[in-house]
Each structure stands twice: as structure tokens, then as C-alpha cells.
Design a protein around this ligand. Structure first.
Ligand SMILES: Cc1cc2nc3c(=O)[nH]c(=O)nc-3n(C[C@H](O)[C@H](O)[C@H](O)COP(=O)(O)O)c2cc1C
Length: 351
């Protein structure tokens, strides 16, 4: 592999991107990874513009190396009263069990897509890389990101999505295989049967596009990185491998299940946000099934679950919270994010 390909794209010493993981990490993990020679990522999907600004101020103070800033690019959902009512019908028994008031109905979700306010904050920092999940923002906003000089990446879960992204002029494509933890990045088709595993998807995308391809999903150690680079990836994006690091912000319960046999059973579920995302099975997924038909559109489903999550967390239970993880948590270790980065990169022969 030529190292020039990822250096031109990412500006890093190592072909490793620490996956942005909204809710699971912030600038301290991203700083550690960038300083170790990989590309640290700051997720912004759950941040207000003010919170985003303060995390990026920390990034700026913590590293002089390149880093990535990540956003969700979904469109605002249309509220559906009938769906909301059916959804609450499924959750009511939990409100009763936990002694909680049913929350007021809200027509907006808590995850903000990339918009003008985010672009304005981004312009103060001019990060080397900006990545999107769920497609791309509308053309004027995308142009604004490019005008800042950022390299633009986005996730593709099918060959069609990769070709579409290339047509829109992205600088690199993240081939996200079905093994990946957290949200599926699909945006052209919502049919989950068209989604493929990483090592089936990656070579097909590499064949179909000219832009550099980054492999994501189930890659947790040096051998996995080597295999992905052998199949034509210029770099790897790993998330789950970082979840037990001291820089990770996941709950004690999430940490605990990641170290046990439960971590071998994950499924795609819409229960926590309305979009399919991979989580370790918990009580709510077992009780309701991971993909029931009555879940409101992303991210509205999260509103009615929020009080259950908060109360569950207070009680130290993971029954009502997503336990995002990929299908391969076997290499998760409680070591620093820098150490995880260097261990992954040991699979790359650099010239
Ligand atoms: C806890 C968690 C949260 C995630 N959040 C995001 C996110 O905010 N933005 C994003 O683009 N991808 C997110 N992802 C998906 C990752 O970008 C990536 O596709 C995935 O971690 C790769 O698979 P792996 O977890 O098996 O390494 C998340 C993944 C995890 C595990």
C-alpha cells in the first residue's frame, strides 16, 4: 500500500481513524488519538453549537495534529401522531414499573443535523477533516465546508451509496460494514437486506469508485487492519475497540457488558432513536424485539425513551439504554486511546 494515499487525505502518520462516537467520547479521546499519530474524531451529533465550540476549543488547545469533526446529515423528521401514540403504548408498562410520569410529546428530536449554526462554529476551527453520517448536508452547506479547506468524508453502506457520494465530490468514502457498532449510515435505501459485511462491501466499493476508501466495522486489531488494507482500503475507522479506554464516556454498565459474553450478542435496533443501530442486547430489545414497526422516525423515538434511560442509568441498569457496540468487541481493553491506536496501526506496513 502506498502511504501517500492516506497522508494526502488525512494528514496523519498512521492510517487509523478513531471513529466518532456521539455520547461515548469527546475531545479528550480525539486529542489522545491525534497526538498518537492517528486521526481523532470529535462527534457533534448530540452537541449544541455552544457545546461544539467548547469541545473544539479543547481540541485546538490539546493538539496541533489533524483531527476530524463529525456530524449527522439526516433531514428533520415529520412528526406522526399515530406512530407516537403506538410507540408510547409499547413503553407505558416501563413508565409504570419505574414510577415515572409519561413525558410530554415533543415534535423535535435531540439530535441536530448539520446546519448553518454548525458551519459557523466550524469556520472558527477549520479542521483538516469533516465527516458525515447518513449522507451529506444540502449542497450549499457542503460547499461551505469545502470552502474551509476541509477534506470531506461520508459513510457508505452499499456500492450505490459510495457511487452517489463520489458524484457529490467527497474526498473519501467510509465503507461501513454491517458489523459496525452504533448507527448504520445508510441513506439511499432503508432496506436492511441490502447491507453487507465489511469484507464483502469494501472490495466492491474499492472497485466502483476512484476516491480513497476507508474500512469500518468489526476491525479491532492489527490483523484486521492489515486485511482491510490488503483489500484496498487506504485507512481503517475503528470505534468499538476504543470503548473501554479511560477516555471513553460510556456508563459503568456499558463497560461491564463489553467485557463479558453478552458482548457477543448484538443486534440492529431502532428502539433508542428510530434508526437502525447496533447495540448489545438488553432487556428492552429482548422484550419489544429490536425492530418493532411502530417506532417514530429518527430521532423522535428517543424522546419517549429519554426518561427511562435517565432512570435506568440512575439505578445502574442498562435495561433501557443503548449499549452500542460492533459485532467484534473481543479486543476491547482498558488501555489508553493512544495505545489502541498504535496497536491497530501495527497492522500497516508504512513506506
Ligand atoms: C458507541 C458508538 C457510537 C457511534 N457514533 C457515531 C457517530 O456519532 N457518528 C458516526 O459517524 N459514526 C458513529 N458510530 C459508527 C462508527 O463511525 C463506525 O462506523 C463503527 O464504530 C465501526 O465499527 P466498529 O465499532 O466495529 O469498529 C458509532 C459507533 C459506536 C460503537
Amino acid at each position: 500500500m502506498s502511504t501517500a494515499a492516506f497522508r494526502d487525505l488525512l494528514g496523519t502518520d498512521l492510517p487509523i481513524i478513531q471513529a466518532p462516537m456521539a455520547g461515548a467520547q469527546g475531545s479528550d479521546m480525539a486529542i489522545a488519538v491525534s497526538n498518537a499519530g492517528g486521526l481523532g474524531s470529535q462527534p457533534c451529533a448530540l452537541l449544541s453549537p455552544e457545546a461544539m465550540r467548547s469541545e473544539l476549543e479543547r481540541m485546538q488547545a490539546g493538539t496541533t495534529r489533524p483531527y476530524n469533526v463529525n456530524f449527522f446529515a439526516h433531514r428533520q423528521p415529520v412528526f406522526d401522531a399515530a406512530k407516537e401514540e403506538a410507540w408510547r403504548g409499547l413503553l407505558r408498562r416501563y413508565y409504570m414499573e419505574l414510577g415515572l410520569e409519561e413525558p410530554a410529546v415533543r415534535r423535535e428530536g435531540e439530535r441536530e443535523p448539520f446546519g448553518a449554526a454548525q458551519l459557523e462554529v466550524l469556520s472558527l476551527f477549520r479542521p483538516r477533516v469533516v465527516s458525515f453520517h447518513f449522507g451529506l448536508p444540502e449542497p450549499a452547506l457542503l460547499e461551505g465546508v469545502r470552502a474551509l479547506g476541509a477534506k470531506v468524508l461520508s459513510s457508505a453502506t452499499t456500492v450505490e451509496e459510495a457511487m452517489w457520494l463520489e458524484q457529490q465530490g467527497v474526498d473519501g468514502i467510509i465503507a461501513q460494514g454491517l458489523e459496525a457498532g452504533g448507527h448504520r449510515g445508510h441513506f439511499l435505501s432503508h432496506d436492511l437486506t441490502v447491507q453487507m459485511g465489511t469484507f464483502a462491501l469494501l472490495p466492491q466499493i474499492v472497485n466502483a469508485v476512484r476516491v480513497p476508501v476507508i474500512a469500518a466495522g468489526g476491525i479491532v486489531n492489527a490483523q484486521g487492519v492489515k486485511a482491510a488494507l490488503d483489500l484496498g482500503a487506504v485507512a481503517v475507522q475503528s470505534g468499538t475497540a476504543y470503548l473501554l479506554c479511560p477516555e471513553s464516556r460510556i456508563s459503568p454498565n456499558h463497560r461491564q457488558v463489553l467485557t463479558g459474553p453478552e458482548a457477543r450478542h448484538t443486534a440492529l435496533t431502532t428502539l433508542f432513536t428510530g434508526r437502525p443501530a447496533r447495540s448489545i442486547l438488553n432487556r428492552m430489545m429482548r422484550d419489544l424485539g429490536p425492530l418493532p414497526p411502530s417506532v417514530p422516525e429518527f430521532p423522535l423515538a428517543g424522546n419517549a425513551v429519554a426518561p427511562l434511560r435517565a432512570e435506568g442509568a440512575r439505578l445502574g441498569s442498562g435495561d433501557f439504554s443503548p449499549l452500542w457496540a460492533g459485532q467484534n468487541a473481543s479486543a476491547c481493553r482498558s488501555v489508553s486511546a493512544a495505545e489502541v491506536t498504535l496497536a491497530l496501526a501495527a497492522g500497516a506496513v508504512l513506506d
